[in-house]
Structures are given as structure tokens and as C-alpha cells.
Ligand binder design. Structure first.
Ligand code: TXA
Ligand code: MG
Length: 351
């Protein structure tokens, strides 16, 4: 079932109904400021199992636990490192997930057996009202099928998960459009495991010596020498089409894209482009489907459009998507991370 909800002042009866579904062990898809989440009671093991089943997500990929106020942090995490205070004061509610030692109340299935838990206080009135009304922390991954781009609209959730979800709250398109930044505070050095809505530069104003490691296997995997966390690795956000990411010096990058485009068109391929408004003239006259992500220097706009644009190209049945990079400053890092993952290694680096 899909229910409209006011994203600024969520209707009380809608929230009450959704909270009841959570309390009964059901699944509710809800908007956050980043992407839509697929939520269940984080303290209910059977409910959490339904999340993995609905998404077809491997059990080794841990979930993020969402809280609505700072007091609840102690219900889900323990031995809080000193940096948590400043980080939560500055960035919560907001798109920052902290990896912390797990409290006993959190079932092992939520964290895929890890001794750590990802926690975040989302900055969206609907998400906050829902968690508050449910009276329990809510475990929620992005509300997409595993290996599809995250959902930024309720329509995407419906496409991917449909009847597998008990209730979808439609609060309109999400504002940020990329997932939260995942910051690991459980090791010696604070480490960004997934760049996201809060930039590395912003974190740097509060915390010194932050490392970025998008390929770091989680703690348990390091100990056991097993596979890296699928959620942090390789081909994750994969469109059905083959995506190729071009990055590097502006003019040379566009030239390389055009060269590849000519080859693909000559081979009879249907091609889609993910580019900036400024690239319009470069690709004028080509028989391609173009998704403009925004002005090159407006990374918020690009981030907000990215997943919907990938889905749109997929929907039009293109064989290949050529995407340009947007640099690595601010949100650019998260944008490149998602594009590189969607490319699954097909990255053309121009120097
Ligand atoms: O913005 C977001 O973070 C959205 C909204 C719904 O909050 N959620 C989201 O969840 O993107 P998900 O499950 O799609 O991504 C969670 C990421 C995964 O890359 C997962 O591997 C990582 O966080 N993660 C969760 N718990 C972890 C842990 N204990 N150690 C290391 N990585 C962890
Ligand atoms: Mg996800």
C-alpha cells in the first residue's frame, strides 16, 4: 500500500498507521533526506529478516540503525568514542552514519554478525516522526533491490519492491539523492567507508586525520580474512546497461567520450549519456539519449538527479551509458564513488 505524506508536517494519522506496522514486525518504506529507506523494528529479528528477503540482499551486508533522538544512541551502541559528541552535535540529524561498537540489544542479523553497528539520525520530518512514534530504533537499508540504484522516489520503491513492502510512505523526491556518509569510528583512525551526503571537507572541520577507504573490508572480515562487505565493494549500484565512467581533464575527457560514442554508434549500440548542462554543445546532433544531471558546479543538483537519471536511461533500454565525472571535491567524491561502482571497474582515467 502507498500513502501520501506531507514531507514537512507529516499527518499524525499516517505516521500512527506506519508506526503500528513497524511495531507489528512489518516493513515500511519511508523518505529520508538522502534516499528512501526500507524500515523494520531494529530490535525484532524476524522483522529484520524480512528486510533482507525483500531486497534479496546478502546476509553479510549490515544495515544502518536509525534513531530519532540522541538518548537512543545508548540503546544501540556502547563504549562511545569521544568524537561522537561533536559529530552528532554538528551533523545530526543528517546524512552521517557512524560505525560504533554494537550494544547487546541489537540482534546480530542487523550487523551481519559484526561487533559494530552503523547508526544515524536522519534529517527528515517523516523519518523522525516515524521512529519516534514506533518507539523503537528502525533498521533501514536503502529501499531498492540489491544491485539496483537506491530509490529517490516512492515510485522507485514501488518498481523494485512492490508488494513485498507492507506500506510505502510517499513524501515526494528526496532532497540529497545520495546515501549518507559512512564514517567508521571503531578503529584507530576515523575512516570514511562510503562517501555520501556529508563531505569529507565538512567532517574535517570537526575531526582531524580522517582517512578515506572505500575498499576497506569491515572489521570482522579483516579478522576472518573473508570477503569484503558487498555494500562497500565493487559492482553495487548497477544499471542493467553497461556504464562507463570517464574522469580527468575536462577537454580530453569529453574528447574521449565522443570517441567512444562514435565507436558504439558505429557498432549499432543504443547509448545514453550522463553529462552536465555545459556539455550540451559537445553532444549536439548525436542520436543518443541524454540525461543532464545539472550545472557542473552545482553538485547538489547532480547528486539529487543521479539515481533517477540512471533508472530513466535503464528504462529506455540503452545498451551502454557513458558518464562523466564531477571531480572529487565536496559531494563530487560521493558522486564519483556511485558512478565508479555502477561502472564496476569500467573507468577511463584521462591524465
Ligand atoms: O542514507 C543512507 O544511509 C540510507 C538511508 C535509508 O538511511 N541507507 C543506506 O543503507 O544507504 P544501505 O544498507 O543501503 O547502506 C549501508 C552501508 C552499507 O555499505 C553497509 O555495508 C555499511 O553501511 N555498513 C552498515 N553497518 C556497517 C558496519 N557495522 N561496518 C561497516 N559497514 C557497515
Ligand atoms: Mg543500499
Amino acid at each position: 500500500m502507498l500513502l501520501r505524506v506531507n514531507p514537512v508536517q507529516p499527518e499524525e494519522d499516517v505516521i500512527r498507521q506506519a508506526a503500528e506496522v513497524i511495531r507489528q514486525g512489518g516493513l515500511v518504506a519511508f523518505p529520508t533526506e538522502t534516499v528512501y529507506g526500507l524500515g523494520a523494528d531494529a530490535l525484532n529479528e524476524a522483522a529484520v529478516a524480512r528486510i533482507f528477503a525483500a531486497k534479496e540482499r546478502p546476509a553479510e551486508d549490515p544495515l544502518i540503525v536509525h534513531i530519532a533522538n540522541i538518548e537512543d544512541l545508548r540503546r544501540v551502541a556502547r563504549d562511545l568514542p569521544p568524537q561522537v559528541h561533536a559529530l552528532s552535535q554538528v551533523f545530526w540529524p543528517g546524512p552521517l552514519s557512524l560505525i560504533l561498537p554494537r550494544a547487546a540489544a541489537i540482534p546480530a542479523s542487523v550487523t551481519a554478525g559484526l561487533d559494530t553497528v552503523a547508526v544515524r539520525m536522519p534529517g527528515h520530518p517523516v523519518a523522525l516522526a516515524l521512529i519516534h512514534a514506533a518507539g523503537t530504533p528502525i533498521a533501514a537499508p536503502s529501499a531498492n533491490l540489491f544491485s539496483r540504484p537506491s530509490s529517490t522516489t516512492a515510485q522507485h520503491v514501488l518498481e523494485d519492491l512492490g508488494e513485498r513492502v507492507d506500506l510505502i510512505l510517499d513524501g515526494g523526491p528526496t532532497l540529497i539523492g545520495l546515501e549518507s556518509t559512512v564514517l567508521d569510528l571503531s578503529g584507530e583512525k576515523p575512516t570514511i567507508l562510503r562517501p555520501g551526503g556529508i563531505s569529507r571537507e565538512a567532517l574535517g572541520l570537526v575531526l582531524e586525520g580522517i582517512a578515506v577507504d572505500t575498499s576497506t573490508p569491515s572489521r570482522r572480515e579483516r579478522e576472518e580474512g573473508g570477503l569484503p562487505s558487498p555494500g562497500l565493494m565493487g559492482k553495487h549500484y548497477s544499471p542493467r546497461a553497461e556504464l562507463i565512467l570517464f574522469r580527468g581533464a575536462e577537454q580530453e575527457m569529453l574528447a574521449a567520450m565522443k570517441e567512444r560514442l562514435d565507436e558504439l554508434l558505429a557498432a549499432g549500440k543504443r547509448v545514453g549519456l550522463l553529462v552536465a548542462y555545459e556539455d550540451r554543445d559537445s553532444f549536439a546532433g548525436y542520436p543518443v539519449i541524454i540525461e543532464y544531471l545539472g550545472p557542473q558546479d552545482n553538485l547538489s543538483h547532480v547528486a539529487a538527479r543521479l539515481f533517477a537519471a540512471i533508472r530513466a536511461l535503464d528504462g529506455q533500454g540503452v545498451d551502454v551509458i557513458l558518464a562523466r565525472g564531477f571531480g572529487t571535491i565536496g559531494l563530487g567524491l560521493a558522486i564519483e564513488d556511485r558512478l565508479a561502482k555502477a561502472a564496476g571497474g569500467r573507468v577511463v582515467e584521462i591524465h
